[in-house]
Design a binder for this molecule. Structure first.
Ligand code: NAD
Length: 376
């Protein structure tokens, strides 16, 4: 069985889907691994490292056409969609719910699409395959460090001969995987941290990190699969009003709120942005072309408000730790591959509870229920 690794060709992307370590393990398990030349360069893996691990460096076309399994980080571009043929498998963060037209093309070509973000995460067997968690955890960690770099004051309390400096106050909106890691990192840097989420279940997790949980007045914001649901317009307005006071009291606001397949909820309205004091830092992990959690945040850009607050559109922070992120991504991909290999042959069971979710397409059909719902 041939596994091909493609070089990512989306701007701002430094990660690669497979690292030399996992390449070595796959080769040991009788896979042939083809790596597009230069695929790991921005994640600090040289072609020679892959060769040492037993992989073979090839050009893009060879990787695309020879792989039984093609692994990528991000959704495929047109050249990939055009090249993949019946019987091939593609694995990556394909953003299936956001680009259903691309998934339809894969289904039409009878390509099996494993879209990592569709993984049913509450099934314990799926934990080792959880790309969203491994990458969100990195993004949350980096969000706090980024804020500390941009902030013109100390993070921890400092008692010095020249006087005492108060600790920074950090507010994390959305306390899932990224938010909790942002909180943990901010606590370790000595700040005073609070967290907020519409899922009441995250209260215990926030408090176990030593942060204060700000209880939302939105009733039962939990949806299915451990995710939040999309709020109604009224709930949304009530939420923005309740948050405005908290936002004004904090120096650093890190936002991570997502609802799968939907526009990210706007948690920090324009009025809160306009009123933020000079030096306030907003780090918006949800910033995307669809919008973000902070009004006027721009993906991959930093905006300075008239008052002097900064809004960072931190759209792909996992990529900033490209080496660690790729290592963990590769381990997740290896676990997915292991889960469908039986006696050296590919045997994907679309009725299996994990693959029922993870598969966007198989045998020319779009089988994922969430995806089918948005396509009908
Ligand atoms: P996510 O990236 O989809 O969203 C981030 C956070 O934003 C979530 O906590 C969500 O509740 C919150 N959010 C969404 N809309 C909001 C709003 N309007 N206001 C405030 N907060 C809002 O979430 P995630 O980090 O991927 O985690 C999703 C769930 O999956 C969590 O329950 C997490 O504990 C769970 N999970 C479970 C496992 C496991 O069981 N092994 C692994 C990973 C994640």
């Amino acid at each position: 069985i041939v596994v091909s690794v493609l070089k990512e060709n989306r701007g701002h992307e430094k990660r690669v889907a497979l690292d030399p370590e996992v390449t070595k393990k796959l080769v040991k398990n009788d896979f042939e691994v083809l790596i597009e030349a230069g695929a790991g360069k921005l994640a600090l893996f040289a072609d020679a490292d892959y060769e040492k691990a037993g992989g073979k460096i090839v050009d893009r076309q060879t990787a695309l056409t020879q792989g039984n399994i093609v692994v990528v980080v991000n959704e495929p571009g047109d050249d990939t969609l055009a090249a993949l043929k019946s019987g091939q498998i593609i694995i990556g963060l394909l953003s299936a719910l956001l680009v259903p037209d691309k998934i339809q093309r894969l289904a039409d070509a009878k390509v099996t699409a494993i879209s990592c973000e569709l993984l049913p995460r509450t099934v314990s067997r799926s934990q080792a395959m959880d790309v969203l968690s491994s990458q969100a955890s990195i993004a949350g960690y980096k969000a706090t460090l980024l804020a500390s770099n941009l902030y013109a004051k100390y993070f921890p309390m400092m008692i010095t001969a020249a006087g005492t400096v108060k600790p920074a106050k950090v507010l994390v909106l959305g306390t899932g995987v990224a938010g909790l890691q942002a909180i943990g990192t901010a606590k370790r840097l000595g700040t005073v941290v609070s967290g907020y989420d519409v899922r009441a279940a995250s209260k215990g997790e926030v408090e176990s990190l030593g942060a204060t949980f700000l209880t939302s007045t939105v009733a039962n914001g939990a949806g299915t699969g451990g995710y939040a649901r999309e709020l109604t317009t009224e709930e949304h307005q009530a939420q923005q009003a309740e948050l405005a006071g908290f936002i004004a009291q904090n120096d650093i606001i890190i936002t991570t709120a997502q609802v799968p397949g939907r526009k990210p909820p706007l948690l920090v309205p324009q009025t809160s942005v306009d009123q933020a004091q000079a030096g306030t830092i907003f780090i918006d992990l949800a910033a995307s072309d669809l919008g973000g959690n902070v009004a006027s945040s721009q993906p991959f850009a930093t905006v300075t408000t008239a008052q002097g607050a900064l809004i960072v559109g931190a759209s792909n922070l996992a990529s900033e730790l490209s080496n660690s992120a790729s290592q963990l991504f590769a381990k997740n991909v290896q676990s997915i591959i292991n889960a469908f290999m039986v006696d050296g042959a590919i045997q994907i069971d679309p009725t299996d509870e994990v693959f029922k979710g993870l598969l966007a397409t198989i045998d020319g059909e779009i089988i994922n229920a969430r995806l089918r719902k948005i396509m009908n």
